[in-house]
Design a protein around this ligand. Structure first.
Ligand SMILES: C=C(O[C@H]1C=CC=C(C(=O)O)[C@@H]1O)C(=O)O
Length: 420
């Protein structure tokens, strides 16, 4: 494992990075280029970024984790010498990032890779990052990923029966007027016969959920349908999801279900809280925002969600990390009001969320970037022999615990299948 050249604590200070991006012929499937160790990825419909090696790392925790990460990143970019012959979002100097859900939890990380390969709209590039000028590596698919050998699944922190009680408790609190909405999650543990080669579930997720953002940072992986914030040349976009119905596998029946989801007052209420939280968080940074009047139904292979794409024009020099800090946690993963919901999650959920439901993605040197919400995700244990899978559900006054459990199980399907 290569050692980072920038100390996480800031001492002895950022070493100037030398960065060079050159255009290349299409390298084929991006995920096939990943080595087994230190893999980094952010892939959507086959385009995106993959990286490996660690040229610089910043780790953090606490309520200031986004601000500190942003300050560190600004220092790194200020000291770097960048020659970028491509000039697209994701070329030049980038860092992959993952943030813990809760303020107090560890695990927030910015990783500047040694090599990044990117593709967007038919153009591909490689970026090499180090302390001196180095030439681009030969790019070729690695040996095939080792298929996972799943031994079994078991309850995580809270068994299914106990989780029903947790949801019922939340419904009571909401009905008593203590809050409007809270998102509660549970975990399930997948045990494996051999240490996981994370490239295998990544490739399966990207193939089965091409419209989701398939990611891995520091052995935390998944495929999320929800974009917390994309910032590109002053335009901010957020895809808000909340309100879910399970698919049956029968397309005609699913269309009827989609129509009932679009009319469900319980789901529309759940969705409205999430949209409002995003619009309110973005407003101070934007000169204008656009919010569609009604959500659309996003069809995924396992579930359908109510979805709203919020867009805005940002005022001045704002970075994706700053916006993520303001947006996190949106009411798609926290609740309404935010502080009451996060405190209730802490009180009754009984789960160490870690990086689940935190922002995950990449940032560029100019502050642009894409940070999704880390849903449909798994955290690989240090020994690689187990993975914790997470799924959560928005709870409102009308929620029925058994239905929420079934919904959480459906949300576990992508990562579970990717490990089976
Ligand atoms: C919290 C999760 O989903 C969120 C995103 C879409 C729909 C949701 C819902 O209907 O409850 C959740 O707000 C999760 O997948 O773990």
């Amino acid at each position: 494992m290569s050692s980072p050249v920038v100390d996480p604590a800031g001492a002895p200070g950022p070493v100037p990075l030398v960065v060079r991006t050159v255009e290349i012929d299409d390298p084929g499937p991006l995920l096939a280029l990943l080595p087994r160790d230190e893999a980094l990825a952010w892939v959507h419909h086959g385009d995106g970024l993959v990286g490996w090696g660690r040229a610089a790392v910043h780790s953090g925790r606490g309520p200031e984790r986004f601000t500190r990460a942003h300050a560190w990143w600004r220092e790194v970019t200020r000291h770097s010498v960048v020659r970028d012959e491509v000039g697209l979002p994701g070329s030049g100097l980038v860092a992959f990032s993952t943030f813990a859900f809760h303020d107090a939890d560890p695990g927030s990380l910015l990783v500047v890779p040694q090599v990044v390969v990117g593709r967007r709209d038919g153009r591909a590039w490689v970026t090499v990052i180090g302390t001196s000028i180095s030439s681009a590596p030969e790019l070729a698919p690695h040996e095939p990923a080792n298929e996972p050998r799943l031994v079994g699944l078991r309850d995580g922190s809270v068994a299914a029966d106990a989780w029903l009680d947790v949801v019922a408790e939340a419904v009571d609190r909401i009905q008593a007027g203590r809050l409007d909405k809270v998102v509660l999650a549970r975990d399930v543990v997948a045990d494996l016969a051999e240490p996981l080669d994370v490239r295998a579930p990544l490739q399966r997720l990207a193939a089965s959920y091409p419209g989701c953002w398939t990611f891995v940072v520091d052995d935390f992986f998944g495929s999320t349908p929800e974009m917390l914030v994309r910032l590109e040349r002053g335009l901010v976009t957020s895809r808000v999801l909340a309100g879910t119905i399970r698919r049956t596998g029968d397309d005609t029946h699913d269309l009827t279900l989609a129509a009932s989801l679009a009319r469900s007052s319980k789901d529309l209420e759940e969705h409205e809280y999430a949209v409002r939280s995003v619009v309110e968080a973005l407003a101070p940074f934007c000169t204008s925002t656009n919010v569609p009047e009604a959500p659309f139904v996003l069809h995924l292979p396992n579930v359908m969600h109510l979805a709203t794409d919020v867009t805005g024009v940002v005022a001045g020099d704002v970075s994706a990390l700053t916006l993520a800090s303001a947006l996190h946690p949106s009411a798609a993963v926290g609740g309404t009001p935010r502080a009451e919901a996060v405190s209730l999650i802490r009180e009754i959920e009984g789960l160490d969320r870690g990086r689940y439901a935190g922002p995950v993605g990449w940032v560029g040197a100019g502050g642009d970037g894409e940070l999704g919400i880390a849903l449909r995700s798994g955290a690989v244990a240090d020994d690689g022999l187990s993975v914790r899978l997470f799924a959560g559900c928005g709870i409102v006054a009308d929620s029925v615990p058994e239905e929420e459990l079934a919904e959480a199980r459906a949300k576990l399907v992508p990562v579970r299948d990717a490990l089976s």
